[in-house]
Design a protein around this ligand. Structure first.
Ligand SMILES: [Cu+2]
Length: 300
């Protein structure tokens, strides 16, 4: 009984260590490269960090705020057809807020929290950008500009924004909404999810059953949409089997009484002869080609 209990506790112990996701802490490893650019060797990066310079038009920092944003595939599950998402799609802050973003990437790939449209005299290329090769955490600080404006926040890794990792950050009242923000604004290109996949599969099966196997009397029917060839035995397999059946009796006679090593040696010998023939054939072809060239050359 004690044995059983200890085994059980060991299993629980190991499974929890396996289940617990290890997050890399980038903040402690970041190296300051100047101009608000911090980076480490483990895939963490902060760009546009600004903890003390007030943007033009701000007399002082109006508020100091900290937010934690999670990023990952699991946050996209509630948005049909999307693959990646932040856990928050809309942010709102007072003008001139000093904002610290703690970014937690929960996927085993790279994600970013990238803000666009900031004043370029203060933020290189008008961007504030956190990047983390996940699963990991990274933090950065910026001071938001004055005025009412809506800023795009997204992940710039190829196709991650299109697949749902997109949000908007409104300073003050903002100046409108951005399109295709999951759960916030309408998609520019809407997907059609009127029927779920299992329903579609059942419908396709039913149509196959109704359709006559050979249509002789009916008028030409448009070809069905490309159907995957799911037959296990392909043409190549059939040819291979036929060749194998033809050669098998010959080989069986040949190999009778031979040991395994002898059989292997024999096969290698056959391959050697075969490749020798191929090599001879190629060299003969090259000779013919060269000879033809020599014939043509003197005529010029
Ligand atoms: Cu991403």
């Amino acid at each position: 009984m004690f044995k059983l209990l200890s085994v059980g506790s060991l299993i629980v112990l190991f499974s929890t260590t396996v289940l617990a996701l290890e997050y890399e802490e980038h903040d402690a490893m970041l190296m300051d490269h100047g101009d608000g650019h911090l980076m480490d060797m483990a895939g963490g990066m902060v760009m546009g960090q600004n903890t003390d310079t007030l943007p033009g038009g701000c007399d002082s920092v109006s508020e100091t705020k900290e937010i934690t944003v999670h990023a990952g595939h699991k946050y996209a599950e509630k948005f049909p057809g999307r693959m990646f998402a932040f856990d928050t799609q809309e942010f709102n802050f007072k003008p001139c807020t000093k904002l610290t973003v703690h970014f937690i990437n929960e996927d085993n790939i790279r994600h970013q929290w990238m803000m666009h449209g900031l004043p370029k005299y203060l933020y290189p290329m008008g961007m504030f950008h956190l990047e983390a090769s996940g699963p990991s955490r990274i933090s950065g600080t910026l001071i938001l500009p004055p005025g009412d404006k809506t800023y795009l926040v997204h992940c710039d890794i190829a196709q991650h924004m299109e697949k749902g990792m997109k949000a908007q950050l409104k300073v003050g009242k903002g100046d409108g909404d951005l399109p295709s923000i999951p759960g916030v604004t309408a998609f520019v290109i809407a997907d059609d999810y009127k029927a779920t996949l299992p329903e579609l599969a059942v419908k396709a099966d039913a149509e196959e059953l109704i359709a006559p196997p050979v249509s002789v009397t009916t008028a030409p029917v448009p070809l069905p949409t490309v159907k995957q060839d799911d037959s296990v035995i392909s043409g190549v397999t059939v040819i291979g089997l036929a060749l194998g059946l033809l050669v098998a009796p010959f080989l069986a006679r040949k190999f009778k009484g031979m040991s395994v090593s002898e059989v292997v040696a024999y096969i290698f010998d056959l391959l050697r002869v075969f490749f020798g023939m191929v090599a001879k054939l190629i060299s003969r072809l090259i000779k013919i080609m060269v000879a033809n060239k020599n014939k043509i050359l003197p005529e010029k």
